[in-house]
Design a protein around this ligand. Structure first.
Ligand code: GLN
Length: 488
């Protein structure tokens, strides 16, 4: 088995046992990136020199019986996480020249666990999008079909993991940005309960929704990565102070008696019949292993897309006001005065989708409209949360498709924002409620992967990871690789 076919867990074990060195593994993935990423565009920056230094340090640590639990394992970070001394662009012209003076807490924690950073992955600009087409650095291609999108906003991370250019990657999910690209690229990705992972050093989009999480090939690898990302951080006031769960030990449980709720709203009449079939088949596999399936209803979930598109832009308009051409990033040439500097730096530095969000958000927060839009949206958000709370009195896990459609063609929705926003129709409610959820590969239609979403109650990451792990022990969808990648 080539190194790139090994899972994160297998690579970790192999390095620990001395079957291969971190340097060998790191060089192997760097070579794959060099060979294949010109086609995919999944990386914005490849940090070869630093990666090899980190790999050598990991190999030395091992010789001395030191090193963290992920010692020497290479991964990639979404370019939304600040990385000291390395460009952190958020895929925006605004931050094209921004070299962060510090590491995000997630980067720091994973670094302490011993990981090697291969580079920074491409994404939608400021994480706004569902197709990775809003990136200043150009779209990412789906490794299953280079004419299609990988999903977004963590499209670079998803494509890189699917194409075996990295064994795993970090992502962020504000409305679906880990789960939807994971679904469209055939990998496993988890958005944790809001507040479980520190947001410090993660460039803010919508602060009450943003959450970082792992993207990998299997639930087991996601659990391993997540274990090393979570924990209280005094630098993020919304990061929860509670004992850290042991996700890996949860993977030993069976799912006998697990109750899975299927919301009728996640299987609408106009849902692609093949996607519904694949989803139901995946759930039937869990049933075979002892899970019980019941029908439920989440009546307010149909309001989640419009609710999100008031709250997220409102928070974004406030968060993005810091990019003014003075404090960070892009500054226009020869400003005539201060007003001109602000105006032109922001007009030239931000792309169209980001500007659209700033305009909508500023409007929704403005005097006279705040009550009608923002406050109203917050009230609906509570109704959505309450729907889930009621459902979780009866069920342990809620399941359905992750995405209403397969990976779509590049350019197919680019000029139609509303259609693009509907790509997250099954994922957004989870963010509004702050719940944990994952997407796992459930099958293929016409050679394209289909994702199945499992939603858990608060802090039940271990339970949904275990359900996905049980599924993956019995199936091999998650081990399929796109053929274009070839072998080196
Ligand atoms: N696609 C959604 C948006 O454009 C969600 C993005 C995300 O989760 N970061 O806002």
């Amino acid at each position: 088995m080539s190194l790139h076919d090994k899972s994160l867990t297998q690579l970790r074990d192999g390095i620990q046992q001395g079957d291969f060195s971190s340097r060998e593994v790191t060089e192997h993935f760097l070579a794959r990136i060099k060979k294949h990423d010109a086609q995919l565009n999944s990386f914005i920056s490849v940090t070869e020199e630093r990666a090899l230094q980190q790999a050598d340090a990991a190999d030395q640590a091992r010789q001395k019986n030191q090193g963290g639990v992920l010692n020497g394992v290479p991964i990639a970070h979404k370019d939304i996480f600040c990385t000291r001394g390395i460009r952190t662009s958020c895929a925006s012209r605004m931050l094209d020249n921004f070299i962060s003076p510090y590491d995000a807490t997630v980067v720091d924690k994973l670094g302490n666990a011993g990981i090697v950073t291969l580079g920074k992955t491409n994404m939608d600009e400021f994480a706004m999008g569902s197709s990775n087409e809003t990136s200043f650095y150009g779209p990412v291609k789906n490794p299953w079909d280079l004419e299609r999108v990988p999903g977004g906003s963590s499209g670079g991370s998803a494509a890189a993991v699917a194409a075996r250019l990295a064994p795993a990657a970090t992502g962020t999910d504000t409305g679906g940005s880990i789960r939807q690209p994971a679904a469209l690229c055939g990998i496993t990705g988890l958005k944790p309960t809001y507040g479980t992972v520190s947001r410090w050093g993660m460039i803010a989009f919508a602060s009450s929704l943003d959450q970082a999480g792992p993207m990998a090939r299997s639930a087991e690898d996601c659990a391993l990565l997540l274990q090393n990302m979570v924990g209280h951080d005094e630098k993020d006031s919304t990061c929860l102070n509670r004992a850290v769960d042991n996700y890996l030990s949860d993977l030993g449980n069976d799912i006998n008696g697990l109750t899975i709720g299927l919301p009728e709203e996640f299987f609408p009449a106009d849902l692609n019949g093949n996607i519904a079939d694949v989803t139901r088949k995946a759930i039937a596999e869990l049933e075979k292993q002892g899970a019980k399936v019941v029908s439920i209803s989440l009546p307010s979930v149909k309001l989640s897309v419009p609710t999100y598109y008031v709250i997220a832009p409102a928070e974004a308009s406030s968060n993005l006001s810091r990019f003014d051409g003075v404090r960070y990033g892009y500054r226009c040439e020869d400003p005539s005065d201060l007003m001109d500097l602000y105006k032109r730096s922001r007009s030239e530095g931000f792309g169209d989708e980001v500007k659209r969000r700033i305009l909508v958000g500023t409007y929704a927060l403005s005097h006279g409209y705040y009550d009608a839009y923002y406050l109203k949206a917050q009230k609906v958000r509570r109704l959505i949360r309450d729907d889930f709370a009621r459902a979780f009195e009866k069920v342990d896990v809620i399941a359905g498709p992750t995405s209403p459609e397969l990976a779509f063609g590049l350019g197919a929705k680019k000029d139609d924002p509303i259609t693009m926003y509907m790509a997250d129709v099954f994922t957004i409610a989870v963010n509004l409620a702050g719940l944990p959820a994952l997407s796992m590969p459930g099958g293929f239609i016409d050679g394209l992967p289909v994702g199945v979403q499992l939603i858990g109650n608060y802090f039940r990451e271990g339970q949904i990871l275990n359900a996905a792990h049980r599924f993956q022990l019995a199936t091999d969808w998650h081990t399929q690789a796109p053929t274009f990648a070839g072998d080196i």
